[in-house]
Design a protein around this ligand. Sequence first.
Ligand code: 13P
Length: 248
Amino acid sequence: MRRKLVAGNWKMHGSLSENEALLSGLLAGMADVKAGVAVCVPFPYLAQVQSRLQGSSIVWGAQNVSQEAKGAFTGEVSASMLKDFSCGYVIVGHSERRAIYGETDALVADKFAAVQAAGMTPIFCVGETLAEREAGVTEAVVARQMDAVIAKCGVASLARAVVAYEPVWAIGTGVTASPAQAQAVHAFIRAKVRALDATVAEGLVIQYGGSMKPNNAVELLGQPDIDGGLIGGAALNAEDFLAICRAG
Ligand code: 13P
């Protein structure tokens, strides 16, 4: 049985005081949560999150990483730096980074490799735009995104990774993929991995992301191939995030 994983992606939100309120709210409500829980926070808050969450059941992580190990890369943050703050997870390939910062499939694969080389777990995001869905190429897009990582790191690397299916048209829009739409793509992802390695496929945690909220989490997380959520907006409110965690 795969254990569900609910991860908050805070994106570029928060402040020391807001984070303190959110983290204490989360810690106070974790007793009846069975799913694994993580928060992926902006770099400057890693020390705060580490000191507040260590010893708890909540894992923390980052939202991006350099593909380079070290050197003259002004403004970049390496995987070993994230490891210094005991990050468990690092999001790679989020659609906002692909769309706004021009991250290619190959760059995302390099970042995925850097995260694993430092001993952390990538949360590897895939997903189609609305135009791609309407053109009927959702599976082709997701397959292409996955193939870049599989080609670079091998299918076995997915045993130490989480995949997040995030249809771009559902992110931050309030339009959620229906449970059937999401399940279909999750099943496609698992089948694609199964064709290469059945054991890796059965163990692979595939999260859904895109306007997951307390009122749709139970149905989404009830689908056979949906193993958790990657939560944006609702992760900024302790009660909403905990409600999703409890649905897992
Ligand atoms: P929302 O939950 O705000 O739609 O964001 C989803 C997301 O992008 C998580 O990475």
